[in-house]
Design a protein around this ligand. Structure first.
Ligand SMILES: NC(=O)c1ccc[n+]([C@@H]2O[C@H](COP(=O)([O-])OP(=O)(O)OC[C@H]3O[C@@H](n4cnc5c(N)ncnc54)[C@H](O)[C@@H]3O)[C@@H](O)[C@H]2O)c1
Ligand SMILES: CC(C)(O)[C@@H](O)C(=O)O
Ligand SMILES: [Mg+2]
Ligand SMILES: [Mg+2]
Length: 346
């Protein structure tokens, strides 16, 4: 572990230098990693592991996603199997079904968790909310987690670009004495940047807060509110969209990613600086109670209950599609589609 200071606070993290790919391969040299589920994280992790030289098989039910796995080069009967067969063959079982799917499949999967195997998650959901999910692994298997802090799509794209996504890691149960090194080897194998320690509960609490908050929920809410204010005051869709979304994603956020918010501020006009420095605290005050309420809702298990009940319904995909359609067809995101087409191509 390397001690790195984050904003003055020391943390023990694991870097690629400390735990190189060669070491990860050595730790997992006798293992077969069965990636169960080929949705978003499944392909990203399975393909990165395969390309990094690990023994990987995919378990997926037949259908559209099975065909996607075949198109990605997984070979039926050799590296692609029905879920139960893959679970039986795997020594590390990467449980990468949707969180609701994990509940449905658990009674089947647990039969294949024989002593010494590792059950691997990319989310603390199933274990932390075990009173709602029923997921309680047997005592003689390792239970480990590596949670990439980004989409499976980005995990793969950044891997192909020679970069990586940071991930958290955790051990819930160490039956073999090897749980930690298995988790770290998986983390390096899937192409993580640096790995920071967490536990299953902290992982799921922070993850659910983040995606409901600044990563997805809050950002869309703030975009929609500003867009509406501009439109109500007579601004065109083009002006409202550029001033709300396009400039942020195309111009300013890349500067924040590169060198931080202060540097982005420093590279705008003094007029913008004055206004932003005055107003950010107002927005913080206005939203702090909402974030606190969100965290309480996560910690009480209410968000998990809602996700489980909504996503376990047989028609959840149709309902989801209707809600996504509403977003897609809103004037703001229709304006966005037009703006994206006009982006200069170089
Ligand atoms: N999506 C991401 O980028 C992301 C990022 C970090 C962590 N995670 C975590 O990784 C895990 C996998 O998430 P995901 O978004 O890749 O999942 P997903 O929603 O894409 O589903 C994965 C697979 O599960 C299958 N599935 C769903 N229900 C099933 C059932 N009842 N029986 C059999 N198969 C079923 C689907 O066909 C799909 O192939 C989750 O724990 C999630 O929280 C996801
Ligand atoms: C990619 C996210 C939002 O970080 C992940 O947590 C998810 O659930 O898909
Ligand atoms: Mg999440
Ligand atoms: Mg996340």
């Amino acid at each position: 572990m390397a001690t790195i200071y984050f904003g003055g606070v020391p943390e023990e993290v694991v870097t690629r230098e400390e735990f190189p790919m060669e070491k990860a391969r050595q730790v997992l040299k006798d293992e077969t990693i069965a990636v169960i589920g080929y949705g978003v994280q499944g392909p990203g992790q399975a393909l990165n592991l395969r390309d990094n030289g690990f023994r990987v098989i995919v378990g997926q039910r037949k259908g559209r996603t099975w065909d996607k796995a075949v198109a990605d080069g997984w070979v039926p009967g050799e590296t692609l199997f029905e879920i139960e067969e893959a679970a039986q063959k795997g020594t590390i079982i990467a449980f990468l079904l949707s969180d609701a799917g994990q509940i449905a499949l658990w009674p089947t999967l647990k039969k294949y968790l024989t002593p010494g195997k590792a059950l691997y998650f990319s989310h603390g959901f199933g274990i932390t909310f075990s009173d709602q999910t029923g997921i309680v692994p047997p005592a003689d298997v390792d239970v480990i987690l590596v949670a990439p802090k980004g989409s499976g799509t980005s995990l793969r794209r950044l891997f192909l670009a020679g970069q990586g996504i940071n991930s958290s890691f955790a051990v819930h149960q160490d039956a073999t004495g090897r749980a930690r090194e298995r988790a770290l080897a998986m983390g390096i194998g899937i192409g993580s940047g640096y790995l920071f320690p967490t536990d299953f509960k902290k992982e799921v609490y922070s993850d659910l807060t983040g995606e409901r908050g600044t990563l997805m929920g809050a950002i869309q809410g703030i975009f929609a509110a500003q867009y509406e204010t501009l439109r109500r005051n007579g601004h065109s869709p083009s002006e409202a969209f550029n001033e709300t979304v396009e400039e942020l994603t195309q111009s300013l956020m890349p500067l924040v990613a590169e060198n931080g918010m202060d540097w982005m501020y420093a590279n705008c006009s003094t007029t913008a600086q004055r206004g932003a420095l005055d107003w950010w605290k107002r927005f913080k005050e206005a939203t702090q109670p909402v974030f606190d309420e969100l965290y309480r809702s996560v910690a009480s298990g209410k968000e998990a209950a809602r996700a489980i009940s909504a996503n376990s319904q047989p028609d959840y995909r149709e309902k989801l599609e209707a809600e996504l359609k509403e977003l897609r067809e809103s004037e703001m995101w229709q304006a966005g589609a037009a703006v994206r087409k006009l982006r200069p191509k170089g």
